[in-house]
Design a protein around this ligand. Structure first.
Ligand SMILES: C[S@@+](CC[C@H](N)C(=O)[O-])C[C@H]1O[C@@H](n2cnc3c(N)ncnc32)[C@H](O)[C@@H]1O
Length: 284
């Protein structure tokens, strides 16, 4: 007998087939990648965490926005229930500046991407949209909650790029170990799951085994007043400082709203690694 969970899973898988058929025969888009630049002036020290940091471009594209969807993010209204939250029709906690940065890094990033913390699909939908707009790559998104993962699948079911998203349910560290075991590398990792020290530290320790040379890691809630409050469990700033911040293979790129971006630039070129191919995880 089919449960309502089975029916929901069936429903969310149907649009993918339609989208795949629609994409057949499309001319291939070539995304020209502009030069990248860093913003050392956007750095925050621990004592400054929570300071305002606007959106700054990592890639020097000429127009104010990359395209229609990037512009739509900039002009979106603010949610009535989340003080700073961009309203793109999905529940989540991204400020406009962060949503713009997620789209930018996903649009110009190389290969496939990883996301830790699917929640209800807001950031997932933005990355999916960038993958759709650039017409290549896949997003592997992980959440420990089966309920949120299902909510996100349903929320994304008719959105562009849905067919490029692979949902995984489980703890982030175990998921990353599996990706490392499969020798996968990614061009962009968005870290937005549990913001405690240990969980974020576990990710920071694994990033050099996960990122492609030149790949980006973006940490949500890095520039947050919680970092300065000893009683608060969220300690993204400290965990990043103690991992990628101590590695000469990572370069600071910028702080945008609550998020910090670092680029993986190992000194010596890595031996040829297999990058992720466009195939599905068995856990879908
Ligand atoms: C802040 S929300 C993510 C928001 C989402 N990225 C967005 O912008 O729309 C954090 C999510 O991380 C998930 N989470 C918490 N601990 C986790 C863990 N150890 N591994 C994977 N996911 C976890 C939670 O279930 C929750 O859905």
């Amino acid at each position: 007998m089919r449960t309502s969970y089975d029916v929901a899973r069936l429903l969310v898988s149907l649009p993918r087939i339609v989208v795949k058929q629609r994409q057949a025969g499309r001319p291939k888009l070539v995304v020209r990648k502009p030069a990248a630049r860093r913003h050392p002036d956007s750095w925050v020290d621990l004592e400054q965490c929570g300071a305002s940091r606007p959106y700054v471009k990592t890639f020097e594209f000429e127009s104010p926005y990359i395209g229609g969807y990037h512009s739509k993010i900039a002009n979106a209204t603010t949610r009535s229930d989340v003080k700073f939250g961009v309203d793109l029709g999905l529940d989540g906690f991204l400020a406009h500046a962060e949503a713009l940065k997620v789209y930018e890094l996903a649009y110009f990033g190389d290969g496939d991407f990883l996301e830790l913390g699917t929640y209800r699909g807001l950031s997932t939908s933005i990355i999916a949209r960038a993958l759709h707009d650039r017409q290549r790559g896949a997003l592997y998104t992980c959440d420990i909650s089966p309920r949120f993962s299902l909510v996100a699948r349903i929320a994304l079911r008719f959105l562009p790029g849905r067919d490029r998203v692979r949902f995984h349910v489980g703890d982030a560290a175990g998921f990353l170990d599996r990706m490392i075991g499969e020798r996968r590398r990614f061009g962009f990792v968005f870290v937005d799951h549990w913001h405690g020290y240990d969980a974020t530290h576990a990710v920071g320790m694994r990033l050099s085994s996960l990122l492609l040379p030149g790949g980006f890691a973006m940490f949500h809630d890095y520039n947050d007043t919680s970092a300065r409050d000893p009683a608060h469990p969220d300690k993204v700033f400290q965990a990043v400082r103690d991992t990628v911040g101590r590695s000469s293979s990572f370069q600071f790129c910028c702080v945008t709203a609550s998020s910090a971006v670092f680029q993986f630039q190992p000194a010596a070129a890595l031996p040829t690694e297999r990058t992720t191919s466009y195939h599905e995880l068995s856990v879908r």
